[in-house]
Design a protein around this ligand. Sequence first.
Ligand code: ADP
Ligand code: MG
Length: 240
Amino acid sequence: MLKIENLTVKSGDSVILNDISLFIKENERLIIFGPNGSGKSTLIKTIIGISDYKVVKGKIFFYDKEITSLPISERAKMGIGIMFQHPPKIYGIKILQLAKCLSEDEKEIFQLAEKLKVDEFLRRDLNVNLSGGEIKRVELFQVLLQKPKLLLLDEPESGVDIENISIMGNVLNEYIKEKKCSALIITHTGYILDYVKGERGCVMIDGKITCQNKPKKVFDMIKLYGYAKCEECEWKQKKN
Ligand code: ADP
Ligand code: MG
């Protein structure tokens, strides 16, 4: 459902993503690991179409339609939903107001808000005066109301306490199973993998995909040997 071919992305003069190719099938979850600054968030933001980044080579397809140059709103309408690593604060827009733009079903809004424990924030300005973990729950709330077919999750568990990771993980897993939704999930801690089954995992280093295997296997190797070992991975040797 998502196919990326030889994608090279720049911000200003710097190349951030360098000739990336990857795919995600229908009802499949791809997990991306990688050190800070390797380009993971840039990849996700390029898929949704954030304008800070310039695609200088390559193409992105969603359900066989090329979306490389489509505006972000079109990509969202087609069914791509994003949960940002650092979502912005927006003064003057209440979380509930936004939720009502995303879903017409008030019952669904309040049920999901309760499940994600964001019901007490609904009348606050978007992400204003919320803790890091609360912001993440509000992000998940918004993205699930959009009912995406492809979820782009940038470190969904970062800054969230263990109890709330379990709440988010269970809600996410339920959504994925019910909608047979595909996902690209970036994680450092791997906690989310206790709740969401990832079929494939890969590692991004210096704007390139260096390794691919079962997510748990990749994660265990990173914990044992660090990211350097990923650069020696058999997958890369086969590819080259
Ligand atoms: P990751 O999510 O893997 O930690 P990012 O994709 O956020 O990495 O960033 C990759 C690299 O690109 C970093 O060196 C970062 O400083 C740089 N970068 C990201 N966004 C921008 C931008 N808008 N302008 C300039 N440099 C950027
Ligand atoms: Mg990031």
